[in-house]
Design a protein around this ligand. Structure first.
Ligand code: TLP
Length: 346
Protein backbone atom coordinates (compact mmCIF):
# COMPACT_ATOMS: atom_id res chain seq x y z
CA UNK A 1 0.00 0.00 0.00
CA UNK A 2 1.40 3.36 -1.00
CA UNK A 3 0.75 5.63 1.91
CA UNK A 4 2.78 8.71 2.53
CA UNK A 5 4.62 8.03 5.76
CA UNK A 6 3.19 10.75 7.94
CA UNK A 7 4.55 10.63 11.46
CA UNK A 8 1.73 9.66 13.81
CA UNK A 9 2.84 10.28 17.36
CA UNK A 10 0.44 8.93 19.98
CA UNK A 11 2.74 9.16 23.00
CA UNK A 12 1.05 12.26 24.36
CA UNK A 13 -0.95 15.35 23.49
CA UNK A 14 2.14 17.29 24.57
CA UNK A 15 3.70 16.54 21.15
CA UNK A 16 1.25 18.80 19.32
CA UNK A 17 2.84 21.49 17.17
CA UNK A 18 1.46 25.04 17.15
CA UNK A 19 -1.02 25.87 14.39
CA UNK A 20 0.04 28.32 11.63
CA UNK A 21 -2.21 30.93 13.25
CA UNK A 22 -0.31 30.50 16.51
CA UNK A 23 3.03 30.98 14.75
CA UNK A 24 1.74 34.21 13.21
CA UNK A 25 0.44 35.42 16.56
CA UNK A 26 3.90 34.90 18.07
CA UNK A 27 5.37 37.17 15.40
CA UNK A 28 2.82 39.92 15.99
CA UNK A 29 2.64 39.77 19.80
CA UNK A 30 2.95 43.04 21.72
CA UNK A 31 5.64 42.53 24.34
CA UNK A 32 6.88 43.95 27.63
CA UNK A 33 8.65 42.78 30.79
CA UNK A 34 6.30 40.42 32.58
CA UNK A 35 8.26 40.41 35.85
CA UNK A 36 7.05 44.04 36.03
CA UNK A 37 3.62 42.82 34.87
CA UNK A 38 4.07 44.96 31.75
CA UNK A 39 3.62 42.40 29.00
CA UNK A 40 0.22 43.25 27.45
CA UNK A 41 -0.17 39.85 25.79
CA UNK A 42 0.51 37.98 29.03
CA UNK A 43 -1.94 40.23 30.84
CA UNK A 44 -4.58 39.58 28.18
CA UNK A 45 -4.12 35.81 28.43
CA UNK A 46 -4.28 35.88 32.24
CA UNK A 47 -7.51 37.91 32.16
CA UNK A 48 -9.00 35.55 29.61
CA UNK A 49 -8.03 32.50 31.68
CA UNK A 50 -9.50 33.96 34.87
CA UNK A 51 -12.71 34.80 33.04
CA UNK A 52 -13.01 31.33 31.49
CA UNK A 53 -12.60 29.74 34.93
CA UNK A 54 -14.90 32.21 36.68
CA UNK A 55 -12.17 33.25 39.14
CA UNK A 56 -10.55 36.57 40.07
CA UNK A 57 -7.06 36.19 38.64
CA UNK A 58 -4.59 34.00 36.77
CA UNK A 59 -0.85 33.61 36.32
CA UNK A 60 1.08 32.24 33.36
CA UNK A 61 3.64 29.61 34.39
CA UNK A 62 6.16 27.61 32.40
CA UNK A 63 4.61 24.17 32.78
CA UNK A 64 2.00 22.06 34.50
CA UNK A 65 4.58 20.85 36.99
CA UNK A 66 5.52 24.42 37.93
CA UNK A 67 1.84 25.40 38.12
CA UNK A 68 1.00 22.58 40.50
CA UNK A 69 4.03 23.29 42.67
CA UNK A 70 3.41 27.03 43.02
CA UNK A 71 -0.25 26.27 43.80
CA UNK A 72 0.69 23.82 46.54
CA UNK A 73 3.31 26.14 48.00
CA UNK A 74 0.83 29.04 48.00
CA UNK A 75 -1.80 27.11 49.94
CA UNK A 76 0.18 25.17 52.54
CA UNK A 77 3.00 25.41 55.07
CA UNK A 78 6.02 23.13 55.44
CA UNK A 79 5.13 19.92 57.23
CA UNK A 80 1.47 19.94 56.15
CA UNK A 81 -0.11 16.86 54.66
CA UNK A 82 -1.93 16.78 51.33
CA UNK A 83 -4.55 14.21 50.39
CA UNK A 84 -4.39 13.06 46.78
CA UNK A 85 -5.26 10.05 44.67
CA UNK A 86 -2.47 7.47 44.65
CA UNK A 87 -1.92 7.70 40.87
CA UNK A 88 -2.05 11.51 40.76
CA UNK A 89 0.47 13.17 38.46
CA UNK A 90 1.54 15.44 41.34
CA UNK A 91 2.41 12.38 43.40
CA UNK A 92 3.90 10.10 40.73
CA UNK A 93 5.46 12.29 38.07
CA UNK A 94 6.50 15.67 39.45
CA UNK A 95 9.91 14.66 40.76
CA UNK A 96 8.72 14.77 44.37
CA UNK A 97 8.76 18.57 44.22
CA UNK A 98 6.08 18.87 46.87
CA UNK A 99 8.35 17.07 49.34
CA UNK A 100 11.73 18.31 48.15
CA UNK A 101 10.79 21.97 47.77
CA UNK A 102 7.59 22.33 49.79
CA UNK A 103 8.44 20.07 52.73
CA UNK A 104 4.97 18.60 52.24
CA UNK A 105 3.74 15.13 53.16
CA UNK A 106 1.61 13.18 50.70
CA UNK A 107 -1.34 11.12 51.82
CA UNK A 108 -1.96 9.01 48.68
CA UNK A 109 -5.31 7.20 48.64
CA UNK A 110 -6.53 4.92 45.86
CA UNK A 111 -9.78 6.05 44.25
CA UNK A 112 -11.91 4.24 41.68
CA UNK A 113 -11.36 5.77 38.24
CA UNK A 114 -8.83 8.11 39.87
CA UNK A 115 -11.31 9.94 42.09
CA UNK A 116 -11.74 9.76 45.84
CA UNK A 117 -15.16 9.54 47.40
CA UNK A 118 -16.00 12.31 49.91
CA UNK A 119 -15.98 9.74 52.73
CA UNK A 120 -12.44 8.69 51.75
CA UNK A 121 -11.35 12.30 52.09
CA UNK A 122 -12.89 12.54 55.56
CA UNK A 123 -11.36 9.22 56.63
CA UNK A 124 -7.88 10.45 55.69
CA UNK A 125 -7.90 13.83 57.39
CA UNK A 126 -5.61 13.76 60.40
CA UNK A 127 -7.25 14.54 63.70
CA UNK A 128 -6.09 16.98 66.32
CA UNK A 129 -3.25 14.95 67.81
CA UNK A 130 0.19 16.11 68.96
CA UNK A 131 1.81 13.38 66.81
CA UNK A 132 0.17 14.24 63.50
CA UNK A 133 0.95 16.65 60.68
CA UNK A 134 -1.84 19.05 59.74
CA UNK A 135 -3.97 18.08 56.75
CA UNK A 136 -4.53 21.32 54.85
CA UNK A 137 -5.16 20.51 51.20
CA UNK A 138 -7.02 18.14 48.91
CA UNK A 139 -5.67 17.82 45.36
CA UNK A 140 -7.95 16.50 42.61
CA UNK A 141 -6.90 15.59 39.04
CA UNK A 142 -9.54 15.97 36.30
CA UNK A 143 -9.27 14.45 33.78
CA UNK A 144 -7.21 11.83 35.58
CA UNK A 145 -4.31 10.91 33.36
CA UNK A 146 -3.05 7.61 34.76
CA UNK A 147 -6.52 6.28 35.50
CA UNK A 148 -7.29 6.61 31.76
CA UNK A 149 -8.32 10.18 31.00
CA UNK A 150 -11.30 9.69 33.29
CA UNK A 151 -13.78 12.49 33.94
CA UNK A 152 -15.33 13.74 37.18
CA UNK A 153 -18.58 15.66 36.72
CA UNK A 154 -19.81 18.83 38.41
CA UNK A 155 -21.62 16.99 41.17
CA UNK A 156 -18.54 14.90 41.95
CA UNK A 157 -16.25 17.94 41.95
CA UNK A 158 -18.61 19.90 44.21
CA UNK A 159 -19.04 17.03 46.66
CA UNK A 160 -15.26 16.72 47.09
CA UNK A 161 -14.71 20.46 47.45
CA UNK A 162 -17.56 20.78 49.95
CA UNK A 163 -16.34 18.02 52.21
CA UNK A 164 -12.81 19.42 52.09
CA UNK A 165 -13.99 22.92 52.97
CA UNK A 166 -16.24 21.68 55.78
CA UNK A 167 -13.11 20.17 57.31
CA UNK A 168 -10.95 23.26 56.86
CA UNK A 169 -9.00 22.00 53.83
CA UNK A 170 -8.36 24.01 50.72
CA UNK A 171 -8.77 22.41 47.29
CA UNK A 172 -6.38 22.39 44.34
CA UNK A 173 -7.32 21.03 40.94
CA UNK A 174 -4.63 19.62 38.66
CA UNK A 175 -6.70 20.45 35.63
CA UNK A 176 -3.96 19.83 33.07
CA UNK A 177 -6.80 18.50 30.86
CA UNK A 178 -9.82 20.15 32.51
CA UNK A 179 -11.08 21.34 29.10
CA UNK A 180 -11.17 17.70 27.95
CA UNK A 181 -13.41 17.01 30.95
CA UNK A 182 -15.67 19.98 30.19
CA UNK A 183 -15.99 19.02 26.51
CA UNK A 184 -16.70 15.37 27.35
CA UNK A 185 -19.41 16.47 29.80
CA UNK A 186 -20.71 19.12 27.36
CA UNK A 187 -20.55 21.66 30.14
CA UNK A 188 -18.96 25.04 30.77
CA UNK A 189 -15.59 24.56 32.48
CA UNK A 190 -16.64 27.21 35.05
CA UNK A 191 -19.20 24.84 36.48
CA UNK A 192 -16.58 22.14 37.13
CA UNK A 193 -14.19 24.43 39.00
CA UNK A 194 -16.70 26.61 40.83
CA UNK A 195 -15.87 25.32 44.31
CA UNK A 196 -12.14 24.69 44.01
CA UNK A 197 -9.67 27.25 45.37
CA UNK A 198 -6.93 26.88 42.79
CA UNK A 199 -6.60 25.42 39.33
CA UNK A 200 -3.66 24.57 37.14
CA UNK A 201 -4.49 23.96 33.49
CA UNK A 202 -2.17 23.33 30.54
CA UNK A 203 -2.04 25.19 27.24
CA UNK A 204 0.58 22.80 25.90
CA UNK A 205 -1.45 19.60 25.85
CA UNK A 206 -4.66 19.11 23.86
CA UNK A 207 -4.98 22.86 23.30
CA UNK A 208 -1.84 22.64 21.14
CA UNK A 209 0.05 25.71 22.33
CA UNK A 210 3.82 25.19 22.41
CA UNK A 211 4.49 26.20 26.03
CA UNK A 212 2.75 27.10 29.23
CA UNK A 213 0.12 26.56 31.86
CA UNK A 214 -2.09 28.85 33.87
CA UNK A 215 -2.67 28.94 37.57
CA UNK A 216 -6.05 30.40 38.50
CA UNK A 217 -7.71 31.44 41.76
CA UNK A 218 -8.47 34.47 43.93
CA UNK A 219 -6.27 37.57 43.93
CA UNK A 220 -4.48 36.81 47.20
CA UNK A 221 -3.64 33.32 46.03
CA UNK A 222 -2.29 34.61 42.71
CA UNK A 223 -0.16 37.18 44.56
CA UNK A 224 1.48 34.41 46.59
CA UNK A 225 1.80 32.21 43.49
CA UNK A 226 3.56 35.01 41.61
CA UNK A 227 6.19 35.21 44.35
CA UNK A 228 6.74 31.43 44.38
CA UNK A 229 6.92 31.39 40.58
CA UNK A 230 9.75 33.92 40.82
CA UNK A 231 11.48 31.83 43.50
CA UNK A 232 11.35 28.79 41.21
CA UNK A 233 12.90 30.73 38.35
CA UNK A 234 9.63 31.10 36.48
CA UNK A 235 9.59 34.90 36.30
CA UNK A 236 9.75 35.41 32.56
CA UNK A 237 10.42 38.60 30.66
CA UNK A 238 8.87 39.08 27.16
CA UNK A 239 6.61 36.09 27.77
CA UNK A 240 4.02 37.45 25.35
CA UNK A 241 5.56 35.15 22.75
CA UNK A 242 4.25 32.29 24.90
CA UNK A 243 0.97 33.98 25.77
CA UNK A 244 0.04 34.85 22.15
CA UNK A 245 -0.46 31.23 21.02
CA UNK A 246 -2.02 30.57 24.44
CA UNK A 247 -4.82 33.03 23.66
CA UNK A 248 -5.54 31.20 20.41
CA UNK A 249 -5.46 27.89 22.31
CA UNK A 250 -8.16 29.13 24.67
CA UNK A 251 -10.28 30.83 22.04
CA UNK A 252 -10.08 28.34 19.20
CA UNK A 253 -8.82 24.95 20.31
CA UNK A 254 -11.24 23.97 23.07
CA UNK A 255 -14.25 22.81 21.09
CA UNK A 256 -12.18 20.68 18.73
CA UNK A 257 -11.14 18.45 21.67
CA UNK A 258 -14.35 16.54 20.91
CA UNK A 259 -12.62 15.26 17.75
CA UNK A 260 -9.82 13.79 19.85
CA UNK A 261 -12.36 12.02 22.04
CA UNK A 262 -14.00 10.61 18.91
CA UNK A 263 -10.71 9.33 17.47
CA UNK A 264 -9.78 7.74 20.82
CA UNK A 265 -13.16 5.93 20.80
CA UNK A 266 -12.64 4.79 17.25
CA UNK A 267 -9.21 3.38 18.07
CA UNK A 268 -10.60 1.62 21.15
CA UNK A 269 -13.41 0.12 19.12
CA UNK A 270 -11.04 -1.31 16.49
CA UNK A 271 -8.45 -2.57 18.97
CA UNK A 272 -11.01 -4.30 21.17
CA UNK A 273 -11.70 -6.63 18.23
CA UNK A 274 -8.12 -7.92 18.32
CA UNK A 275 -7.83 -11.15 20.28
CA UNK A 276 -5.83 -10.85 23.48
CA UNK A 277 -5.95 -7.05 23.58
CA UNK A 278 -7.59 -5.58 26.65
CA UNK A 279 -8.96 -2.09 26.05
CA UNK A 280 -10.04 0.38 28.70
CA UNK A 281 -13.00 2.30 27.32
CA UNK A 282 -11.74 5.89 26.82
CA UNK A 283 -13.72 8.78 28.30
CA UNK A 284 -11.62 11.49 26.63
CA UNK A 285 -8.43 11.48 24.53
CA UNK A 286 -6.42 8.95 26.57
CA UNK A 287 -6.67 5.25 25.86
CA UNK A 288 -4.93 2.48 27.82
CA UNK A 289 -4.52 -0.97 26.37
CA UNK A 290 -2.89 -4.14 27.62
CA UNK A 291 -1.52 -6.56 25.04
CA UNK A 292 -0.22 -9.26 27.40
CA UNK A 293 -2.99 -11.60 26.23
CA UNK A 294 -1.51 -11.64 22.71
CA UNK A 295 1.81 -13.04 23.98
CA UNK A 296 3.57 -10.04 22.41
CA UNK A 297 5.72 -7.56 24.33
CA UNK A 298 4.98 -3.81 24.38
CA UNK A 299 8.62 -3.01 23.53
CA UNK A 300 8.40 -5.19 20.40
CA UNK A 301 5.22 -3.42 19.33
CA UNK A 302 6.88 -0.03 19.84
CA UNK A 303 9.76 -1.09 17.57
CA UNK A 304 7.55 -2.58 14.85
CA UNK A 305 5.21 0.42 14.68
CA UNK A 306 8.17 2.75 14.44
CA UNK A 307 8.95 1.18 11.06
CA UNK A 308 5.63 2.67 9.89
CA UNK A 309 6.37 6.02 11.50
CA UNK A 310 3.81 5.36 14.23
CA UNK A 311 5.26 6.44 17.55
CA UNK A 312 3.95 4.96 20.79
CA UNK A 313 5.48 4.36 24.19
CA UNK A 314 5.16 1.38 26.49
CA UNK A 315 4.05 2.39 29.97
CA UNK A 316 5.68 1.84 33.33
CA UNK A 317 3.26 -0.89 34.33
CA UNK A 318 2.95 -3.03 31.19
CA UNK A 319 0.03 -1.02 29.82
CA UNK A 320 0.35 1.10 26.69
CA UNK A 321 -1.05 4.64 26.70
CA UNK A 322 -2.27 6.06 23.40
CA UNK A 323 -3.22 9.73 23.28
CA UNK A 324 -5.10 11.41 20.44
CA UNK A 325 -4.65 15.10 19.68
CA UNK A 326 -4.62 18.00 17.23
CA UNK A 327 -3.03 16.88 13.96
CA UNK A 328 -4.19 13.25 14.23
CA UNK A 329 -7.05 12.52 11.86
CA UNK A 330 -9.64 9.78 11.71
CA UNK A 331 -7.77 8.39 8.72
CA UNK A 332 -4.54 8.27 10.73
CA UNK A 333 -6.30 6.37 13.50
CA UNK A 334 -7.76 3.83 11.08
CA UNK A 335 -4.27 3.29 9.71
CA UNK A 336 -2.82 2.85 13.22
CA UNK A 337 -5.57 0.40 14.18
CA UNK A 338 -5.00 -1.63 11.01
CA UNK A 339 -1.23 -1.78 11.57
CA UNK A 340 -1.57 -2.71 15.24
CA UNK A 341 -4.11 -5.42 14.48
CA UNK A 342 -1.88 -6.84 11.77
CA UNK A 343 1.14 -6.98 14.09
CA UNK A 344 -0.70 -8.35 17.12
CA UNK A 345 -2.54 -11.03 15.14
CA UNK A 346 0.61 -12.17 13.29
N1 TLP B 1 1.79 14.80 31.73
C1 TLP B 1 2.66 14.30 30.69
C2 TLP B 1 3.74 13.41 31.27
O1 TLP B 1 4.35 13.96 32.38
C3 TLP B 1 3.28 12.06 31.65
C4 TLP B 1 1.85 13.54 29.67
O2 TLP B 1 2.43 13.23 28.61
O3 TLP B 1 0.68 13.27 29.91
N2 TLP B 1 -0.73 17.13 35.39
C5 TLP B 1 -1.11 16.15 34.56
C6 TLP B 1 -2.41 15.46 34.79
C7 TLP B 1 -0.29 15.79 33.48
O4 TLP B 1 -0.67 14.79 32.68
C8 TLP B 1 0.92 16.48 33.28
C9 TLP B 1 1.86 16.11 32.14
C10 TLP B 1 1.27 17.51 34.16
C11 TLP B 1 0.40 17.81 35.22
C12 TLP B 1 2.56 18.25 34.07
O5 TLP B 1 2.60 19.10 32.96
P1 TLP B 1 4.01 19.56 32.32
O6 TLP B 1 4.46 18.42 31.48
O7 TLP B 1 3.63 20.76 31.53
O8 TLP B 1 4.92 19.87 33.43
Amino acid sequence: MMRKMKKIDLRSDTVTLPSPEMMEAIQRAKLGDDVYEEDPTVNELQELAAEKMGKEAALLVTSGTQGNLVSLLSQTHRGDEIILESRAHIYLFEVGGMAAIGGLMARPVYGERGFLKPEQVVANIRGDNIHFPRTTLLAIENTHNYAGGTVLDEEGMNALAEVAHENGLRVHLDGARIFNAAVALKTDVKRLVRKVDSIQFCLSKGLAAPIGSLVVGDRDFIKRARKYRKMLGGGMRQAGIIAAPGIIALEKMVNRLAEDHETAKLLAERLSKVEGVEVQEPETNILFINISGTGKKPKWLVQELKKKNIIIRSGLDGRIRLVTHYGITKEDILFVAEEMARLLES
